[in-house]
Design a protein around this ligand. Structure first.
Ligand code: 0O2
Length: 203
């Protein structure tokens, strides 16, 4: 089933919402004039959730597997991921996004402050955007460090494998890597703060 067949006329507004969020986040550096210390946002990715993945999610929650459910019962049919270098930048970008007039932040989940038991770390925001078609659409913005994005991309592969040899070992190794990544993220942040502190002292 194609996106058009599954989401129907709502797809136009969904694509508009996806592009609007990418444009807003893409303007962060310019609006904040922070480029002199290196880019805060390294890259962004985005997607409209595939009909197959959406139907599986709805099925697993025992919900109707149609477009109406997809757009009202779950919030990540439209998803944008923002990847930063440093942990502090994740919160700077999140705080800035919360002030944007183009959408309303209706929910946040801080998996950095409260990592999942498997080690997943990320900052999630559910936003509501009024579309030019006069509807209100929800979208999920995930903000991560590059190191946690690297981890989540590999861990995500487990989800689509029905049978994985040595699954227990893989999960415990991933958890160990997640903890090491959290520690490296903290050290990198500390080193950056020291370097930038040096700059300020020399001014
Ligand atoms: P995919 O394939 O990335 O789309 P909600 O969407 O708010 O109704 P949910 O799904 O519990 O409820 O929200 P949450 O916790 O914000 O998670 C949504 C998305 O975050 C997931 O979408 C993943 O993209 C990511 N995510 C959450 N937990 C994990 C995790 O443990 N590992 C990885 N790698 N990613 C995670 P989907 O629909 O699961 O998948």
């Amino acid at each position: 089933m194609t996106e058009e067949e599954f989401y129907g006329p709502a797809l136009t507004g969904m694509k508009w919402a996806e592009q609007t969020i990418l444009n807003i986040a893409g303007a962060y550096e310019w609006e904040r004039g922070q480029a002199e210390n290196g880019r805060t946002i390294l890259y962004q990715t985005s997607r409209i959730k595939t009909p197959e993945s959406m139907r599986n999610k709805l099925k697993s929650r025992k919900l109707e597997t149609d477009a109406h459910s997809a757009l009202t019962q779950v919030h990540d049919a439209v998803g944008v991921r923002i990847v930063c270098a440093f942990s502090d930048d994740v919160y700077k970008v999140a705080d800035w996004l919360k002030t944007r007039p183009e959408f309303r932040v209706v929910m946040t989940k801080d998996y950095f402050a409260h990592p999942k038991p498997n080690g997943y770390r990320s900052y999630h925001m559910i936003v509501l955007l009024p579309t030019p078609q006069g509807e209100e659409l929800s979208a999920e913005i995930q903000i991560r460090t590059i190191a946690t994005d690297f981890w989540a991309t590999l861990e995500h592969q487990l989800k689509y494998k029905r049978q994985v040899a040595h699954e227990e070992l893989i999960r415990s190794e991933l958890k160990r890597c997640a903890d090491e990544i959290a520690s490296v993220d903290l050290s990198m942040q500390t080193i950056r703060d020291m370097i930038q502190g040096e700059d300020k002292n020399q001014e």
